[in-house]
Design a protein around this ligand. Structure first.
Ligand code: NAD
Length: 500
């Protein structure tokens, strides 16, 4: 059992010693107050680490370090080729530690190890490599002015970026921010969720090893109302890039208004409609995708297809098939490679999910499948795949549950489907299943969402932007568009003197 390759995940977990200090100015340090918070695993309630609880004083230190590094210019003014090399080395180091990082994600957040290994870590590495590769291929612009003028439009790093991220994909959500921000030359301070701080703390030392200068990559673990608020209110932070709930996103805008009008970019919640038209080409494929759209990652996905809008003529047969595929999601020990549905992130979140389902039934929703806590004796927080038939006015059809709970709604006409789809406050993702190209294009145009999938759900690549309309946020993560968040545009207007 001494060979790590032969060890099971539980044995590896028993040997793991997670980093538990903040990472500021190139070193691991305790919080100035000496305070710590307990980090429990949702798998079985075990204590994983007692992590430094950062607050204002620690955020001040991190911001000064980030600012000093930015002003020194070792990173911010380095050639794009130099930054590319360091970021590729950083990505390689993460890839080399893939198993440990996957284990940290699973222990901290509760997702199945098979997905941490096959989705979370490879996506994080690919994201970093993609931005590293992009940065020495981007050109600035020369404006089409009159002949005696040369006007250049150049991009410059915005400065000190605060990245406040959630717990559902701890490393991926952080990478969508730190990869483009670092590639563009910024210094970054990551505030991971207090529920899942461990992976961000671990990769900080890899960033140093890869050659990022001190102060360029900082991690301040702590609570939202302490560390997060201090960062978002800080007068020397130039940009807050936030992913989390819409309620917290609104606070980010207030903090910016109360402080220095820092740029605020928000990736918030969703209540995405997955619309199945009567002429769906492949009902089986659509049903399978509808189940994955809500049960993958325990439904803890901003873009989850949490509202299934199905044409009334095929409703019964379609729901039967969705329930069949829902049943294939195996609730189990996340450290067992066969498990496909892990634990919810903590006890409070489990209660929240349970409350939504109970309330929906009180409002008249019909429970078609699931609805119960699972594996309670494990000490963890498991909930089975659940399907309710609801009406669009019910709370569960309008609010984000963020759990493995699908709300099915039937409709009669395309217009009715669009109306139901668009009438919630969110606008992150949407999908349409139809064999008619006209229907597909027409509905894609009518849907108020940042991502529209046709005959698929949640297909993904780093090359395309990700983000929402309405109260799902502003700006876009991923793709070259993400650089808009982390750069300022500068116009330099040069009047050319007449030839003597
Ligand atoms: P959350 O809003 O509770 O927390 C997000 C982050 O904000 C955490 O780091 C938290 O500590 C911090 N925070 C909380 N209160 C704060 C405050 N007053 N000041 C500063 N920071 C504060 O969200 P969550 O529960 O961690 O994540 C789930 C939410 O994230 C869901 O709504 C989900 O839809 C959303 N999400 C969106 C996307 C997207 O790309 N649109 C992706 C993933 C998750």
């Amino acid at each position: 059992m001494n060979n790590p390759v032969q060890m099971g995940w539980h044995a590896r977990a028993a040997e793991l010693k997670p980093r538990d200090q903040a990472f500021i100015n190139g070193r691991y340090v305790d919080a100035a107050s000496g305070e710590r918070f307990d980090c429990f695993s949702p798998i079985d309630g075990r204590l994983l680490a007692r992590v430094a609880a950062c607050d204002q004083a620690d955020v001040d230190l991190a911001v000064s370090a980030a600012r000093a590094a930015f002003d020194k210019g070792e990173w911010s003014q380095a050639s794009p080729g130099y930054r590319k090399k360091a970021l590729l080395a950083f990505a390689d180091l993460m890839a080399a530690q893939a198993k440990e990082l996957a284990l940290l994600e699973t222990l901290d957040m509760g997702k199945p190890i098979r997905f941490s290994l096959s989705v979370d870590i490879p996506s994080t590495v690919r994201c970093l490599r993609w931005y590293a590769e992009a940065i020495d291929k981007l050109y600035d612009q020369v404006a089409p002015t009159e002949r005696n003028v040369l006007a250049t439009i150049t991009r410059e790093p915005v400065g000190v970026v605060g990245a406040i991220v959630p717990w559902n994909f701890p490393l991926i959500m952080a990478a969508w921010k730190f990869a483009p921000a670092l590639a563009a030359g910024n210094s970054i301070i990551i505030k991971p969720s207090e529920k899942t701080p461990l992976s961000a703390l671990r990769i900080a030392e890899l960033a140093m090893e890869a050659g990022l200068p001190e102060g360029v990559f900082n991690v301040v673990p702590g609570y939202g109302h302490t560390a997060g608020k201090a960062l978002a209110l800080h007068g020397d932070v130039d940009c807050i890039s936030f992913t989390g709930s819409t309620a917290t996103g609104k606070l980010m805008m207030q903090y910016a208004g109360q402080s220095n009008l820092k740029r605020v970019w928000l990736e918030c919640g969703g209540k995405s409609p997955n619309i199945v038209m009567a002429d769906v080409e492949n009902l089986e494929q659509a049903a399978k995708a509808a189940a994955s759209a809500i049960y993958f990652n325990q439904g803890e996905m901003c873009s989850a297809g949490s509202r299934l809008l199905v044409h009334e003529s095929i409703k019964e047969v379609f729901l039967e098939r969705v329930m069949h595929y829902a049943g294939q999601f195996q609730v189990g020990d996340p450290l067992d490679a066969r498990t496909t549905l892990g634990a919810l992130v903590d006890a409070g979140h489990l209660q929240r999910v349970q409350h939504y389902v109970t309330e929906a039934q009180q409002q008249g929703a019909q429970l078609r499948q699931g609805g119960s806590r699972q594996r309670e004796s494990s000490g963890g927080y498991y909930y089975e795949p659940t399907l309710l038939e609801v009406t669009p006015q019910m709370t569960i059809a309008r609010e984000e549950v963020f759990g493995p709970v699908l709300s099915a709604i039937s409709f009669r006409t395309e217009a009715e489907a669009i109306q139901i789809a668009n009438e919630v406050m969110y606008g992150l993702a949407a999908a349409v299943w139809t064999r008619d190209l006209n229907t597909a294009h027409r509905m894609s145009r009518a849907l108020r969402a940042g991502l529209v999938y046709i005959n698929c759900y949640d297909d993904d690549d780093i090359t395309v932007p990700f983000g929402g309309y309405k109260q799902s946020g502003n700006g876009r993560d991923k793709s070259l568009h993400a650089f808009d968040k982390y750069t300022e545009l500068k116009t330099t207007w040069i009047r050319l003197a007449q030839a003597p």
